[in-house]
Design a protein around this ligand. Structure first.
Ligand code: PLP
Length: 458
């Protein structure tokens, strides 16, 4: 039955009233929504009671599972009753915000000085761009404003953060990227590495490309470089060995700030608390969100080191005001819930659990590499990707018109797996609490969906 056959069904009302992000609206009006009704651990259930393993933790965020446990709900309830809203504007503060800022600074992978709360990863990255402008104006370098990110990066969807994002869907017909944002080589050896080139040599070439871009633009005009430790929404791209070491040397040479986007990798995803630790990164600013609250309530943070903070403080002091802030940034209920989630991470050693079961995910995904449809499997910790290929040896992607990626998505869905197929790459980023048995069940189902897709192709 289509959504239109019962006009008062939830599906019909959805189609009538709601515009969906990252959805083809024409197809949605024809097919209607999948209505997710409830969750339990790594699983969610649709309105008919069918269960799915959520292979992407929702949007790479629901680390502790899909029904928040009693103690988290209790903290939210108690905070709502005690102080249901307050803000940090005009020098005000509340205890959950103070405690969370302190906890983030204490656990930061490198020394950080201050936390500025926002509500989303996009806002955190957008805020970083504004602070970088303010910082360079404070230092009397108004020409040092351009920002470099990478092709296939994902940093969000506001005008500025979508400009950092390096994906065609986020730019096309939105008149983006905006001026002053440049993209350099994506560190994806599978596609951009040359024949016979070692991963380390490819990393050298990426750093050379960055250097060449900086020289072409003028180093005095380049303010900052943004990077995710593992590129998530671009297709789960793990940088080759030595990549970040070489990139960071270039940035240092030209006094370019390094902003690390830990929105996916932060809080245990790559086998350490931070992607910065997994890849040896020394950022000046860190954007984080998602797993900070297990995705239960919206909250994000931008951390900045003293080098960045001090000139901003002095300049804002001269102006008389730091003119930035979001109504809901550092919301007390979100802060209280995030603190409880961080407490659970610590008490149950959730990051160590993720590090312990991560190799099982990687090993099981590698086991799919011999499938005729699979070109490459890759990943680190509890994040992984399986890239489909039309021609394994030549690493040729499928023609998008063939619709193999979407077909794989449908077959996964039918087999009880929810995840995202990004182009030809099936992405995995399950809740951090997933067990080895659940990983096995998930990958067994993926193998069946690959067979279904192969049969569909023929
Ligand atoms: N940065 C990264 C690495 C992300 O993966 C995302 C979202 O997936 C964002 C930023 C944007 O976060 P939000 O959707 O909360 O604005």
């Amino acid at each position: 039955m289509t959504p239109f056959q019962r006009p008062n069904s939830a599906a019909a009302r959805d189609v009538r009233h709601q515009m969906h992000p990252y959805t083809n609206p024409v197809a949605h009006e024809a097919n209607g929504p999948m209505i997710v009704d409830r969750g339990e651990g790594v699983r969610v259930f649709d309105e008919d009671g069918k269960d799915y393993i959520e292979g992407l933790a929702g949007l790479w965020c629901t680390s502790l599972g899909f029904a928040a446990e009693e103690r988290v709900a209790r903290v939210a309830y108690d905070q709502l009753r005690r102080l249901g809203f307050y803000h940090p504007f005009g020098g005000k503060a509340h205890t959950p915000g103070i405690d969370l800022a302190e906890a983030l600074i204490a656990m930061a992978p490198v020394p950080m000085s201050k936390v500025l709360f926002c509500n989303s990863g996009s806002e955190a990255n957008d805020t970083a761009i504004k602070l970088i402008r303010f910082y360079n104006n404070a230092l009397g370098r108004p020409e040092k404003k351009k920002i470099i990110s990478r092709t296939k990066a994902y940093h969000g969807v506001t005008v500025a953060s979508a400009s950092l994002t390096g994906l065609p869907f986020n730019h096309r017909d939105f008149d983006l990227p905006m001026d002053g944002v440049l993209h350099t080589t994506c560190p994806h050896p599978y596609h951009f590495g040359a024949e016979g080139e070692s991963p380390e040599d490819f990393a050298t070439r990426c750093a050379e490309d960055l250097e060449a871009l900086i020289q072409a633009e003028g180093p005095e005009t380049i303010a900052a470089f943004f990077a995710e430790p593992v590129m998530g929404a671009g297709g789960v791209i793990v940088p080759p060995p030595t990549y970040f070491e070489k990139i960071q040397a270039v940035l240092k040479r030209h006094d370019i700030l390094f902003v690390v986007d830990e929105v996916i990798c932060g809080f245990g995803r790559t086998g350490n608390a931070w992607g910065c630790q997994t890849f040896g990164l020394q950022p000046d600013m860190i954007a984080c969100a998602k797993q900070m609250s297990s995705g239960y309530l919206p909250i994000a943070a931008l951390m900045l080191n003293e080098r960045v903070y001090a000139p901003i403080r002095d300049n804002a002091g001269r102006i008389g005001m730091f003119g930035h802030g979001f109504t809901y940034g550092g919301h007390p209920v979100s802060c209280a819930v995030a603190l409880e989630v961080l407490a659970i991470y610590k008490e149950r050693d959730v990051f160590a659990h993720a590090a312990a079961v991560g190799p099982r995910l990687q090993q099981r995904l590698r086991g799919l590499a011999d499938h005729p449809l699979v070109g490459e499997t890759r990943g680190v910790g509890l994040i992984g990707g399986v890239e489909l290929s039309r021609d394994k040896a030549a690493r040729r992607p499928f023609d998008p018109a063939q619709g193999v990626g979407p077909a794989m998505g449908l077959h996964l869905h039918a087999r009880g797996i929810i995840t995202r197929v990004i182009g030809d790459t099936v992405a995995f980023s399950p809740p951090l609490v997933i067990t080895e048995e659940e990983i096995d069940t998930m990958v067994d189902r993926v193998a069946l969906a690959l067979d279904d897709t192969l049969a569909w192709c023929r």
